[in-house]
Design a protein around this ligand. Structure first.
Ligand code: HEC
Ligand code: HEC
Length: 346
């Protein structure tokens, strides 16, 4: 037997040993999505199939400040579960104190949203996007530009991570590198599914899930808002300029990514899932309340929606109905306390 096949056998044995040491994980092909009837699973890239081990690894990475240059900033610093995975700042500065450019987005059902972020047609997968906060410099968030080797060194130094990478990526022998980090973060984020708001329950036939006020708001929303805040996640995933593009001075919106003058001031319609938890609002966080956000739609909405106080209150009651409390408190998405116990080999 040649050396390569011996190594393969050794690796396979290692995988079996690791698998036996932790609770039975479903095989990638058998991944069970936790979805209500009639909801299609999110798309998953062929080269990053789901597995429990990968999701667990991604969850630990999501909460790990070692992904930032000075060890102070995890994804979760900006993406806070209790706030629908957004935060309460207008824009959050990165590790070097550079002002953030944009308001932190919530992550409910982010697996269905492509392209990603407020204004970038190039970011189409969660694998790609996850590298932007870690290695990006426009603006600097976690500050790891050029530090791929350092990231791998830090994570490999931890016995728990070594066991988790092996369980998540048996095909590479558990190699700890940047692509594996991106894949695991993406797999975790694909599990951030939110379908239990009162509006969801009403759509599933629970007539009592919404108050009378919210039901009136639902009709108004359908008439005035759902053309853009469309579909399952209340976004058409298209880019619109709600304000005068000529006034877009500090942030040019989609034009910042495409360089096209015609994209100036255009932003992807935000998902409205958990919108009552994700304020402040707008691409620059300049809007304090949902009522103010509605008022900022003056260029695209007929005057009566903006001026009638009662109609606005009804719509706001409907927007409150988009809060999924179970999602915001689901222990499967929280800080992974004790996750190493299931994996640690040494
Ligand atoms: C310093 C704060 C900060 C940190 C840290 C951070 N993010 Fe974000 N995140 C943001 C902001 C701001 C946006 C919107 C960016 C934009 O539109 O340019 C965003 C957008 C996103 C989106 C797109 C959501 C959508 O609706 O399209 C995803 C996914 C995401 N972040 C995941 C992550 C992951 C994974 C990490 C950790 C590796 C992370 N973020 C770390 C602030 C942060
Ligand atoms: C022409 C498309 C369009 C229509 C119609 C529309 N919106 Fe929007 N909405 C957007 C876009 C685009 C943004 C982001 C604007 C920005 O940040 O510059 C937005 C932002 C918002 C926000 C802030 C969300 C956040 O996370 O920052 C709320 C709330 C909102 N819209 C609610 C509504 C309601 C309620 C209606 C109907 C009364 C409505 N929208 C109609 C496109 C639309």
């Amino acid at each position: 037997m040649n050396r390569a096949s011996l190594i393969l056998i050794a690796l396979a044995a290692g995988v079996v040993a690791t698998a036996a040491a932790r609770p039975a994980a479903p095989q990638p092909s058998a991944w069970q999505w936790d979805l209500p009837e009639g909801i299609a699973p999110p798309p998953v890239p062929a080269d990053n199939p789901m597995s429990q081990a990968k999701v667990d690894l991604g969850r630990r990475l999501f909460y790990d400040a070692d992904l930032s240059i000075d060890g102070t900033m995890a994804c979760s610093n900006c993406h806070n579960q209790r706030r629908g995975f957004a935060d309460s700042t207008r824009t959050r500065p990165g590790v070097h104190g550079d002002a953030g450019r944009r308001n932190v987005q919530g992550l409910a059902n982010v697996s269905y949203l492509s392209p990603l972020t407020w204004g970038d047609t190039r970011l189409t997968t969660l694998e790609q996007q996850a590298m932007v906060p870690v290695f990006g410099d426009d603006p600097v968030e976690m500050g790891m530009l050029g530090q791929d080797a350092e990231l791998a060194r830090r994570l490999s130094a931890d016995g728990c991570y070594r066991a988790m990478f092996l369980a998540a990526f048996p095909e590479t022998g558990g190699r700890v590198d940047t692509p594996a980090v991106a894949k695991a973060l993406a797999a975790f984020q694909r599990t951030l599914l939110s379908f239990d708001s009162p509006v969801d329950r009403r759509q599933r036939g629970d007539a009592g899930a919404l108050t009378a006020e919210a039901k009136r708001g639902e009709a108004l929303f359908g008439a005035h808002c759902a053309s853009c805040h469309a579909g399952q996640d209340f976004t058409d995933r298209q880019f619109h300029a709600l304000e005068d593009p000529a006034a877009a001075m500090t942030d040019t919106g989609l034009a910042h990514a495409t360089g096209q003058a015609s994209d100036r001031g255009r932003y992807r319609t935000p998902s409205l899932r958990n919108v009552a938890l994700t304020g402040p609002y707008w691409h620059d966080g300049s809007v304090e309340s949902m009522g103010e956000a509605i008022a900022r739609h003056a260029r695209v909405l007929p005057g009566n929606v903006l001026t009638q106080e009662r109609e606005r209150q009804d719509i706001i009651a409907f927007l409150h109905g988009l809060t999924d409390q179970r999602f915001a408190t689901d222990p499967r998405f929280a800080y992974p306390d004790g996750i190493c116990l299931a994996y640690r080999a040494d």
